[in-house]
Design a protein around this ligand. Structure first.
Ligand SMILES: [Zn+2]
Length: 264
């Protein structure tokens, strides 16, 4: 294994789905990665970045969008002792109306119709020791929302999830690029009480980051059936590029975020 993969760091990997015919590949993939990496929970990963403790090559898995297949993925992960975080869109949990699912998947997620988790499924995920995060209420492009709409997508979704699963600490924004988010949106996420805010921007974390200004979680999107060599290549590239200052928010967002930091 390349020395880059032995480097102490926290690497977040994120997926959307593990379809039935991908389960064997997913299990094998996790087993292979476990040989040289330590899988940790999302909260532990964030704590290690916030409070220090990046002393091994750590990996953390998360899933966006809340598809039904997450249940099987979580079962496989549990069998391997891996705890992930599932970022859910609160308005779609328990949705069974096919027309609404079809429209939401086509217009909001840009994917084919796919079954969503029910609240009972979410309960089951919690029993398996996984964490639940917020991925907004309705998966908008947050860069285009008014302040009122941002509040609804961030505060209300957190409240809905919180009533069902307890306090939700982590947030990931839809589509994941900085161009799909904004400084005001990031500020609102932290004002709402979230401890972390995750992008889909590739990278990994090699140094402690204190405070809102520093902590923008980088995650590598992967697909369960990709060849392991491809995922290892992405991880090695992250490891090579990462530095203590490489995971901050865009420079031009800092003034807006600093306002929030100074308010506590
Ligand atoms: Zn998404």
């Amino acid at each position: 294994m390349t020395p880059l993969l032995k480097k102490d760091r926290v690497q977040f990997l994120h997926l959307h789905d593990v379809f039935a015919d991908e389960e064997t590949a997913f299990r094998r993939f996790l087993q292979r990665l476990s040989q040289k990496h330590v899988f940790i929970s999302y909260s532990e990963a964030v704590n290690r970045i916030r409070n220090g403790g990046i002393n091994r090559p750590y990996l953390c898995l998360s899933f966006d969008d809340g598809f039904k297949s997450c249940l099987r993925a979580a079962e496989i992960m549990k069998q391997l002792g891996i705890k992930g975080c599932f970022f859910l869109c609160s308005s779609m949990i328990g949705e069974t109306d096919h027309e609404r699912i079809k429209e939401f998947c086509a217009k909001k997620l840009l994917v084919c119709p796919n079954e969503f988790l029910s609240w009972d499924d979410v309960e089951q995920l919690l029993e398996q020791g996984t964490e639940i995060g917020s991925h907004t209420s309705s998966h908008p492009n947050m860069s285009r929302l008014s302040n009122d709409e941002l509040s609804k997508e961030i505060f209300q979704a957190r409240e809905v999830l919180g009533r069902k699963v307890g306090a939700v600490k982590h947030f990931s924004w839809p589509f994941g690029r900085f161009s799909d988010f904004s400084a005001v949106a990031a500020k609102t996420v932290f004002e709402a009480g979230f401890e972390s805010c995750a992008s889909g921007v590739r990278g990994c974390h090699v140094a402690r980051s204190e405070g809102t200004l520093d902590l923008c979680i980088r995650r590598d999107h992967i697909v369960a059936t990709w060849p392991l060599s491809h995922v290892l290549y992405l991880m090695a590239r992250n490891s090579q590029k990462a530095s203590a200052s490489s995971n901050q928010w865009p420079k031009e967002w800092e003034d807006t975020l600093r306002d929030q930091s100074s308010c506590g």
